[in-house]
Write a protein that binds this ligand. Structure first.
Ligand code: GDP
Length: 297
């Protein structure tokens, strides 16, 4: 079962109600639009995002008639597809590479979302592109987190810089960056400590790291299972530290996928990668058009 199965079939039901209509009017699309609204909310898309989405689709749908033999209900599918792509940012967003080495990617996110795993996945992804990578372990609160990154580093054969848990995270970051420069690393991926929920200590630490590292990318790792709260979480991080994009993890699980549709709208920043499994290979760039295709079935 995929994350969007339920959404896909609910949407199909919505258009099927318009099969006999020769022209879409405010009246006859009312019920299908209500279905779409409900389907999106049930898929955990956040309410403000659903509202503006339904409004946009409604405006574009009214007045659609049969064009070149294509029935209005089929055209509505196309309208929804285009709006979904737009909602998710249109084009796929690449990583912003810095002019001078290394390109620094600062990872942020709550505990358990898959941040450390995503570091390993990213390292492998860039390594396969021929980039020289290094990772930095700064989660001094959980020694297991440092070990985990070191283990992942061995697995993907990318060096991990660590300095134990007796010095502050921003100091470790500073040392890691210096080491990366010395070794002429292309991409430096910095893992950070998460917390169970948004808290000031975590945000202050991230701000401090950002100052030290001047990263090209600040990627917020978001667990697709977060549901409706994903939107609030993304806004909070973006307001506090300023993110450049997101990585959506666990899209292989039984999440309902709604976070994929909310991130861009609430932060103005795109999802750049999706994680779909525990293995190091299970990471892909995020393509809005493919995701829309998946949603529409
Ligand atoms: P962190 O606390 O944010 O660093 O989270 P971890 O990287 O330790 O991941 C927490 C758990 O989620 C681990 O058991 C990972 O294997 C698992 N995980 C991470 N990403 C994914 C994913 O995309 N899909 C699935 N199914 N599990 C994942």
């Amino acid at each position: 079962a995929g994350a969007f199965d339920q959404l896909t079939s609910s949407l199909e039901e919505a258009w099927s109600k318009l099969k006999k209509e020769d022209i879409l009017t405010r009246e006859n699309i009312k019920e299908p639009m209500r279905d779409i609204r409900r389907a999106l909310l049930e898929a955990d898309v956040s309410l403000p995002v659903v509202r503006s989405f339904v409004k946009n689709v409604t405006e574009k749908a009214i007045g659609i008639g049969v064009i070149k033999g294509v029935r209005p209900d089929q055209q509505l599918v196309k309208v929804v597809n285009d709006e979904l792509v737009k909602l998710m940012g249109g084009e796929a967003a690449d990583i912003d590479y810095s002019k001078s080495k290394p390109t620094v990617i600062l990872m942020a996110g709550l505990q358990g979302v898959g941040k450390t795993t995503a570091c390993g996945k990213l390292a492998l992804y860039f390594k396969k592109k021929g980039k020289k990578c290094m990772m930095v372990a700064t989660d001094i609160y959980r020694p297991a987190a440092i070990d985990q990154l070191v283990t992942l580093g061995k697995q993907v054969e990318v060096p991990v810089f660590e300095a134990g848990n007796q010095i502050k995270p921003d100091e470790i970051a500073r040392l890691g960056l210096a080491e990366a420069k010395k070794r002429s690393v292309d991409i430096l991926i910095v893992d950070t400590a998460g917390r169970l929920q948004v808290d000031k200590g975590m945000m202050d630490e991230l701000k401090q790291m950002k100052k030290v590292l001047n990263p090209s990318e600040v990627l917020l790792v978001v667990d697709a299972m977060t549901g409706q709260e994903a939107a609030a979480l993304v806004s909070a991080f973006n307001l506090e530290i300023g993110i450049t994009g997101a990585i959506l993890t666990k899209l292989d699980g039984d999440s309902r996928g709604g976070a994929a549709l909310s991130v861009r709208e609430v932060s103005g920043r795109p999802i750049k990668f999706v994680g779909q499994g525990e293995s190091m290979e299970a990471l892909e760039p995020f393509y809005p058009d493919r995701m829309a295709g998946r949603i529409l079935g």
